[in-house]
Design a protein around this ligand. Sequence first.
Ligand code: ATP
Length: 416
Amino acid sequence: MAVKSHTEESVVLRVTELGKEYKLYTSPRQRFQSLLTGRARHRSHWALRGVSFSLVRGQCIGVIGDNGAGKSTLLKLLAGTLRPSTGTIERVGRVTAILELGAGFHPDFSGRDNLYFGASLIGIDPEQMHRLEPEIIAFSELGEALDRPVKTYSSGMAVRLAFALVTAVQPDLLIIDEALAVGDQHFQKKCIERILAFRKNGCTILFCSHSPYHIRHLCDAALWLEGGQVERFGPTEEVLAGYDLHSRKREILADDDRASLSPQPASAVAADQIAPPAERGGAHIVSVEVANLHDEHDGQPRLLQSSDLVVTITARGRGAECPHIGFMIEQSQGVGITSLATHEDGAVPVQLADGTWRAVLTFPDLPLHSGSYVISAFLFDETGLAVYDQWFQFMHFRFIFPKPLPGLVRLPHHWS
Ligand SMILES: Nc1ncnc2c1ncn2[C@@H]1O[C@H](COP(=O)(O)OP(=O)(O)OP(=O)(O)O)[C@@H](O)[C@H]1O
C-alpha cells in the first residue's frame, strides 16, 4: 500500500510480501537429526509475514508495534543483516543502518581501529575515512578514549562511536532502531539534530521506536506491525490513534489481570515513587505542585477543591538552554483527555534566580465532569523533541462538578 501518490523514480524502498520464518527445534539434537535425515523436525515461527509497503525519497516513517511484533526483524531484513524467507526488498542508493549500535565492534581493538574496520563494512574506503575521521571523532566526543580498547568503553561510549560513524555520510535510506532510547540527554539531542538535518536534505528515514512522541514529531507516516503482519500503514496521526486505542485496551486487560491477583487501593501515588531516576546533574523535573488539593482520606485520591486547576511545574534545564514543559490529564481508567506543552502553545517557561525553570498552567473553570483523574508532567529540550524527564501518571486527583451530567468534559459551546 502506498502512503501517498508518487512517481516510480522517487521510490527508494519497495518491500513485497516479505516474510521471515524461524525454525524452532526443541533441542540441538533435534536440529542435528533434521540436518541428517532431511526430515523437518521443527516448529515454524513466522516473525514476519506478507509485509508489503514502499517508501519515497525524503519520507520519514516510524515503525511501531508491541514487543515481539516483528519490528527488529523487519529492520534487520531491510539492513541486509538477515535474509528473508519469502518476498523481495528493492532498495535504491546507499542504505545505512544503526542497528544494535556498537555490537559489531571488536572489543580488543581501539575505538580508532574499530572506526576504520566498521567504515569498510559500510562502504567507506580508507581514503574517505581519513577525511571523515576528525568529524567522526568530534561527534563522538570520545577524546583520548578513542585509542583505548573498546572493551573498556561504557555502553554509552560505544553507542556514541557507532552513531558518529554510521551517520558520517548521509545515506539515501537511514534505518534507526531505538537509537534515541540509548545514550545520555546530550547525545540524544545530537542524534535528533542529525536525523532532522538528514531529513531536511531529502534522506529517507525508517525509524523504529517505542516512543509515540518521537514518531509523532519526526515521522510523516507510520507502519504498525502486529504479530508479524502490517496492521496499518498510513499518515502518522491515523496510525498512532489506532495503536493508542489498541495499547489502552491491552493495558486495561493487563490491569484486570493484576487486580484479580492483588487488589490495589486507588490512592494517590507519591511522586518520588514514580519519578524516573533523573540523571542527577542533568535536566530533570524538580517539582509539580497542584493548588487546592485536599488531603486524601480513606485511600481515595485527593480532591480538587476549586473550580480552577492550577499546576506549577519547576524543572532544572541543561546549561543555558530554555527547556519546554508538557502536561497531560487522563481519566483514571486511562482515557486521554488533554496533552499540552509550552512549545506547542508558543509559551516559554520563566527562569528563576536559582537557575530552575518554571511554568504555571491554569485551567480556569476546569471543564471536567465528576470523576477520578491522573496527571503526568514532561520536560523537553528547547526543540520539544528530546524528552529529558517525565513523571508519568504520578498523581491522581478527584474532581466533583456540581451537576451530575454524563460524559467526560464540558466542551465550549453555545445554544441558539
Ligand atoms: N533468532 C530468532 N529465533 C527465533 N525466534 C526469533 C528470533 N528472533 C526473533 N524471534 C521472534 O520473532 C518475533 C519478532 O521478534 P522481533 O525482535 O522482530 O520483535 P520486536 O517487534 O522487535 O520486539 P521488541 O519490541 O521487543 O524489540 C518474536 O516472536 C521473537 O520471539
